[in-house]
Design a binder for this molecule. Structure first.
Ligand code: PLP
Length: 431
């Protein structure tokens, strides 16, 4: 039984000086009940809290820690870069090297601009798509999350659904009017929207595998259908690969599914745990970005040398160790198959979605293919399951509407430990 009085005290204190006591909403555990744990350190598959509790990690900083926490290859690169200055605000060789590596790895990217977060990447990509096409409207999908830029906070996933505010106050009607939404996996609905807004749609943006309404996979033909539609209608197709980039394959979901968008947004793994994002795509589109072209986008700390060093070390490692992906796939399959076996033995039939090193359990018996079906999950039961797993020393995302991320630090022994916890938590959650 894990008790956490120090975390509890810190959470009380945090609420006096930080809104809701946290710097990003889902961390607050509001959807699952209980108090967040305050962390002091992490290594490999584990995080350790202020009370000295150890947790097996399945969030991995919401994705970046694909090699587990404090990966030596990344830490060494950071330590080596520190003495040369924390920031120059002037160009460096390292920025060219990482750009060349990204161009080499990600099929759709011919030119890339580094930014500081996934949010900046998506906001900038849509601005560029609008500048390039001379059109204003954008289509996004219900339950997809693209960061907290105004125009994306319409039917948004992740923390926005978790806290019940998929349409945020503070977003003007003018901005909202330019964002059109369609159900995920519904190509016909997208075609209808495009037809009804002929020659007005600048971009279609989506997570090629959605991770922000829980994990939802694209159905056969959905991505290719969008590709064909965008080509026909002169719309910029943007894959938001902030989660899936470098995770599902070295070249992301676009490599895995063999569909190449016009633009791609990246984050998380690309910084190895440092605050980094990037957007890139076809040369003719990226040449619209200042100072090459008229669409303005800038950043004081963009291309920061410490962040670039961490990202470079991470990407080089992933590119030169393709076995990472087969190993992660195997570990994750073992976890998912073990969970299915647990459920079968307990007479349960909940839905698990899974691809590569990402998975989600939904407390519903129906297939989950879009936001509507994701919402059939029993979130109260998820809350009980989450808290039981926490008590068994497994740290999950504190929301039904998130994906879990497996790292290479999860050994076979830890898979067994995880499955034992899963079995007990399933029983406890259904009482
Ligand atoms: N896009 C996707 C698909 C994401 O999952 C996220 C964050 O989880 C973002 C964009 C926003 O990235 P950031 O939180 O770095 O701003």
């Amino acid at each position: 039984m894990k008790i956490a009085p120090i975390s509890e005290e810190l959470f009380q204190r945090a609420q006096h000086s930080i809104p809701g006591g946290v710097n990003s909403p889902v961390r607050a555990f509001r959807a699952v009940g209980g108090n967040p744990r305050f962390m002091v350190s992490a290594k490999g598959p584990y995080m350790f809290d202020e009370d000295g509790n150890r947790y097996i990690e399945l969030i991995n900083s919401w994705g970046p820690m694909i090699l587990g926490h404090a990966a030596e290859v990344v830490q060494e690169a950071v330590l080596k870069a520190i003495p040369n200055s924390l920031s120059f605000g002037a160009p460096t060789r390292k920025e060219i090297e990482i750009a060349e590596l990204i161009v080499d790895m990600v099929p759709s990217i011919e030119k890339v601009r580094m930014v500081n977060s996934g949010t900046e990447a998506t906001m900038s990509a849509v601005r560029v798509a609008r500048g390039y096409t001379g059109r204003n409207k954008m289509i996004k999908f219900e339950g997809c999350y693209h960061g907290h830029g105004d125009s994306f906070l319409i039917a948004a996933g992740s923390g926005a659904i978790t806290l019940g505010v998929p349409d945020s106050p503070g977003v003007t009607q003018g901005v909202a009017a330019d964002t059109l939404t369609a159900p995920y996996n519904d190509l016909e609905a997208v075609k209808r929207l495009v037809e009804a807004n002929k020659d007005q749609v600048a971009a279609i943006i989506l997570e090629p595998v959605a991770g922000n309404m829980g994990l939802v996979l694209p159905e056969q033909g959905f991505l290719q259908g969008l590709r064909d539609l965008c080509t026909k209608e002169g719309i910029v197709l943007i894959f938001d690969e902030v989660m899936t980039g470098f995770r599902l394959a070295p070249g992301g979901a676009q490599q895995l599914f063999g569909v190449t968008p016009d633009m791609t947004t990246l984050g998380k793994i690309i910084g190895g745990g440092m605050p980094v994002g990037a957007y890139g795509g076809k040369k003719e589109i990226m040449n619209f970005v200042a100072p090459a072209g008229p669409v303005y986008q800038a950043g004081t700390l963009s291309g920061n040398p410490i962040a670039m060093s961490a990202g470079m070390a991470m990407l080089q490692y992933l590119q030169s160790h393709p076995e990472v992906y087969t190993n992660l796939e195997q570990t994750t399959s073992n976890m998912v198959n073990g969970m299915k076996q647990n459920m079968q033995e307990l007479g349960m039939n909940y839905t698990i979605n899974h691809v590569g090193s990402m998975f989600s359990i939904f407390f519903t018996e129906q297939p989950v293919t879009d936001f509507e079906s994701a919402k059939t999950s029993d979130t109260t039961m998820f809350g009980r399951y989450f808290n039981s797993m926490l008590q068994h020393g497994v740290y999950l995302a504190p929301s039904q509407y998130e994906s879990l991320f497996v790292s290479t630090a999860i050994t076979d022994d830890l898979v067994q430990e995880y499955l034992q916890a899963n079995r007990e938590a399933l029983q406890e959650a259904s009482r």
